[in-house]
Structure formats: structure tokens, C-alpha cells
Design a protein around this ligand. Structure first.
Ligand SMILES: C[S@@+](CC[C@H](N)C(=O)[O-])C[C@H]1O[C@@H](n2cnc3c(N)ncnc32)[C@H](O)[C@@H]1O
Length: 260
């Protein structure tokens, strides 16, 4: 019998493989994640009353969309970046300066050192089922007045795929209403916002290509036969046709909190 730890290990390795494969195409293909990261950086800049952030930790940095957006809006002291995929270090190497760090591995097992002034993460928390524990540990390292700026996805994420019985969903979708309970004690919620972004693709096959290019279908466990693919395409078109093609729904949630 498999235990939970084994299942999580298998999940992590699938997710790692999927994002590693998508690393090259991710940066350009992830149009929605780029918009989300930019909006998160704007949110932080609009609320923070300082031009400088001292020690900044970002988990799930990927190819650096959020890192760049925050770097464009603040003077940063030390930057500590993390991603599950060790190869992401090469993607963010151009952003790192002497003294900055990249810590590879699942955030559940990664421990940045010392006091932090900001904890950042865009489009990653949905991959971390233990996110409440992770945030409790990390936020304990935040200095008073330090910021937590996050985005994740709500339960309507990829509702089309869910409706068609896909098993590719991330394990921890959380709606805006869930976030007050996920935040550690001592964190004051400053902003919470959930708003769907719906993309149109010409065909369901283009949806699959988009998902593959952006690595977000990491939990799909098996390839499809031709017949299954045709059935998927027919059902997708039948249920989710929109002018110009078919829809794909993203359901981002933005969270900004401050340590009391
Ligand atoms: C959708 S991408 C977001 C990347 C970047 N933050 C952005 O906004 O474009 C999600 C990233 O989270 C990473 N990831 C997934 N599970 C993780 C975990 N448990 N710990 C750390 N990173 C993780 C993936 O490798 C991937 O690079």
C-alpha cells in the first residue's frame, strides 16, 4: 500500500518533470501568469510605503516573472529564490546578483535563513497541499511590518478540463474565501481579490498545446489514445465553444498580507 508521503513524492516528481520540460516555452507562453505576476507586483507597490525591500524570499520563482516585476518596482536588498526545479536557476541567473541565493527543492523542505522583509510567490501555492504549514513557518521569519504577497488559483481554475473529467488539476486550489483561514496568526490581510481570466483558443488541441507549453498539466498521469483524444476534442467543442474557438478559464486569487 502506498502511503501519503510516497504519493506526494510521486506527485512532486511529475510536477517537476512537467515544469522542467516546459521551462523554455513557459516564459513566453505563460501569458496569464505574466499578467498575474505583474498585477501582484503592482498591488505590493501600491500598498508598501517604501521604495526598498531588504531580504526578499520568493518560492516557485519559475523563470522569474514575479521576480522581474518586483525588481522593477523596488530596490531589493538580498534576493533568495526557490523553485522545485533546480534547472530554473539558469533561467533566473541573469537576475541574481552577488550575495543573492537560489535554493532548489520543494518549498515544504526548503529553509531560507534569517529574518525576511518580504515573502513572495506567484501561481505556485496551488501545487503545495501543506501551504498553511509552509506559510506559518515562513511568516515566523518575517520582520514586523514585513509583507506576504501571493497569488494562487481558485476552484474554477480550468473548469473546462475539470468538467471533462481531466485528472490534471493541481492539488490545492483555494478561493478568496479560503485565504483568511490559510494565513498564519499575526498576519493582517491587506488585500484579497479573485477574478477569472478566460482565454480563447481556436481548437481543444491548441488548449492542450498551451497547457503543455506552460507545464501546468503536471498531474496528468497518462497519454491518451487517438480515440480518447477525439472524444475529448468533440466534448470540449460541444460544451465550451465561444466565438473564435473554445474557452479556457483561469481563476487567479491575489493575497496581500502584512506582519503585525
Ligand atoms: C506556474 S509556475 C509560476 C512561476 C512564476 N512564479 C510565475 O509567476 O511565472 C509554478 C512554479 O512553481 C514551481 N513549484 C511547483 N511546486 C513547487 C513546490 N512544492 N516548491 C517549490 N516550487 C514549486 C514549479 O516548478 C513552477 O516553476
Amino acid at each position: 500500500m502506498r502511503d501519503l508521503t510516497q504519493d506526494r513524492g510521486a506527485d512532486l516528481s511529475r510536477v517537476r518533470q512537467s515544469f522542467r520540460r516546459g521551462a523554455q516555452s513557459y516564459h513566453d507562453g505563460a501569458v496569464v501568469q505574466t499578467r498575474i505576476a505583474t498585477a501582484l507586483a503592482d498591488l505590493l507597490a501600491a500598498n508598501a510605503d517604501q521604495p526598498h525591500l531588504g531580504r526578499v524570499f520568493e518560492f516557485g520563482c519559475g523563470t522569474g516573472h514575479l521576480t522581474q516585476a518586483v525588481g522593477a518596482r523596488f530596490e531589493l536588498g538580498t534576493l533568495i529564490l526557490n523553485d522545485l526545479v533546480p534547472e530554473m536557476q539558469a533561467q533566473v541567473q541573469g537576475i541574481l546578483r552577488p550575495g543573492d541565493q537560489f535554493l532548489p527543492g520543494p518549498i515544504e523542505e526548503v529553509h531560507p535563513e534569517g529574518s525576511l522583509d518580504a515573502i513572495l510567490s506567484a501561481s505556485t501555492v496551488q501545487w503545495v497541499p501543506e501551504i498553511a504549514f509552509v506559510l506559518e513557518r515562513l511568516c515566523a521569519q518575517l520582520a514586523a511590518g514585513g509583507w506576504l504577497a501571493l497569488s494562487g488559483f481558485g476552484r474554477a481554475q480550468f473548469l473546462e478540463l475539470e468538467a471533462l473529467g481531466s485528472n490534471a488539476a493541481a492539488p490545492a486550489y483555494a478561493d478568496a474565501a479560503d485565504w483568511p483561514n490559510l494565513l498564519p496568526h499575526g498576519m493582517e490581510l491587506v488585500h484579497l481579490h479573485q477574478e477569472r481570466i478566460v482565454l480563447t483558443f481556436e481548437t481543444p488541441r491548441d488548449v492542450l498545446r498551451h497547457l503543455r507549453a506552460t507545464g501546468v498539466n503536471g498531474r496528468a498521469e497518462r497519454g491518451w489514445t487517438r480515440a480518447q483524444l477525439r472524444q475529448f476534442e468533440a466534448e470540449y467543442t460541444g460544451r465550451f465553444a465561444v466565438p473564435g474557438g473554445v474557452s479556457l478559464t483561469y481563476d487567479p486569487v491575489w493575497v496581500l498580507a502584512r506582519k503585525r
